[in-house]
Design a binder for this molecule. Sequence first.
Ligand code: ZN
Length: 84
Amino acid sequence: MYATTPSQSTTNGHTAVMSKSRASVEVRSFCPSIFCFTDEIVARRVNDKVWLLADETTDQAWLMMGEQPTCPHCGTTLLTTARA
Ligand SMILES: [Zn+2]
């Protein structure tokens, strides 16, 4: 029986390997839901459909698929605080 282990390991804090030279865009976002305790989420675009979300206050990170980053706690589409 062969179990193929995914090459991705679970992300603990800031262990995600991302080359800084790739200049990924960092977007400061927040959850608009009043029922959610999420404060600020930093969203980095990994590619067209994948976002790396990081909560700097709790030191957690998530990989999220989608056109737009959504709140890792409640699933609401995040709003950006920065103006492009
Ligand atoms: Zn939320």
